[in-house]
Design a protein around this ligand. Structure first.
Ligand code: SF4
Length: 369
């Protein structure tokens, strides 16, 4: 069988579902730059995540290995001069953020979230000599026979000298807190393990260590669900994988296993899913699904309902209200695209609308795509 040549993030998609990985692989191998440079909506979690990554990268790269300096740079970003320097720099990125952010996009919430993260990292590591490495590139890296990583980027590597003992932290910034450590391992285990292998096998020597010691961590830039305060610095450690894990992944790919799951809400194939049962979704013809506790509160999810089971009762410019008769229920969808067809197939990716939320008889959602 020919080698699978891919990226760490795409391999993670393959790990979730063959069709999702394969769909992304076609654009990845064809033209990585143009595929990644596609314009996103500024409301999309992906754009927001990339934007926050770029700010952190800018602050840490210019900080001369000091979190305290990084906080000063973050604060200076609220001035037009430093902001202009930031935009100049990210405009030159190999894969520029598209659309580019404007000064008004860097609001108080983002500033507080990033400041609280850097502040707590400074409390934790500020007293030790540290070295920072941002956006470390991975190229042409063989993982096992049949699997090659062509290109990838590690968000942040931190080398900390604890007085003679050196430890490395390989960090991936995340724009939300994973539901549990098990789901974080499931979703990001492959990606993070590749990062660690790159450090262990290729990069360690360059960074002054033949046999690096340390771990890989997801670090969310987010808010606490209960208090709405920034989470500060939280590390979610991700375990290493074995070569056998990769062999088993390659054989699942060879068998073209299509696996619906919560990851479906991030898959571009959601409207054309090749799975016999379609993507994992909330089928609104099942009345139990209307209970608030069963609806994800902070992540996007897929709803599915048939036009035979509901009627459009109200339509404003970008809001549609549907009524289900038996039992009687109302579904309100906000932010619909102008070309939305209420008679078409009703399967869409949404987020819970904060104001209306979910109750047994009504559900308010915000259209994502
Ligand atoms: S929507 Fe279909 S193709 Fe996409 S991840 Fe889900 S099961 Fe796989």
């Amino acid at each position: 069988m020919a080698d699978l040549v891919t990226s760490p993030t795409n391999l993670a998609k393959y790990n979730a579902c063959f069709a999702w990985g394969d769909f992304n692989q076609s654009s990845y191998v064809g033209n990585l730059e143009s595929a990644s440079g596609n314009s996103l909506s500024k409301r999309e979690p992906r754009w927001i995540g990339l934007f926050l990554h770029r700010i952190l990268q800018f602050c840490l790269e210019k900080s001369e290995n000091s979190f305290a300096n990084a906080i000063d740079i973050l604060t200076a970003l609220r001035t037009e001069t430093t902001w202009a320097a930031f935009i100049d720099e990210i405009d030159d990125d190999q894969i520029p953020l598209s659309p580019l952010p404007e000064f008004s996009d860097f609001g108080e919430t983002q500033f507080q979230d990033l400041r609280s993260l850097l502040f707590e990292m400074n409390n934790e590591y500020g007293r030790y000599p540290t070295e920072f490495y941002c956006e470390e590139e991975i190229t042409d890296f063989k993982i096992i026979d049949g699997l090659i990583i062509r290109l990838g980027f590690i968000d942040f590597i931190m080398k900390v000298d604890y007085g003679g003992e050196t430890e490395f932290s390989v960090i991936d910034w995340k724009s939300s807190v994973p539901k549990s450590n098990a789901s974080a391992q499931q979703k990001f285990g492959v990606q993070m393990d590749i990062y660690w292998r790159w450090l262990r096998d290729k990069l360690g020597k360059k960074l002054g260590s033949d046999d690096p010691v340390g771990g890989t961590y997801l670090v969310p830039i987010s808010r606490k669900k209960d208090s709405g305060q920034p989470v500060g610095f939280v590390e979610i450690e991700i375990d290493e994988l074995s070569d056998d894990d990769y062999k088993s992944l390659l054989s699942r790919i060879a068998r073209m296993e299509i696996t619906p799951g919560e990851h479906c809400s991030f898959c571009d194939l959601v409207q054309h899913c090749p799975s016999d049962d379609g993507p994992f979704r909330y089928d609104l013809s099942d009345s139990e699904k209307w209970i608030g506790s069963s609806i994800p509160r902070d992540s996007q999810f897929i709803i599915d309902f048939s036009s035979r089971e509901c009627r459009l009762i109200e339509q404003t410019q970008r809001k549609f209200v549907f009524k289900f008769d038996n039992p009687e229920r109302k579904l309100t969808i906000f932010g619909l695209p102008h070309d939305f067809n209420p008679d078409g197939h009703h399967r869409m990716v949404v987020k819970l609308a904060r104001k209306i939320g979910a109750a047994r008889n009504r559900l308010g959602v915000w259209f994502v795509r």
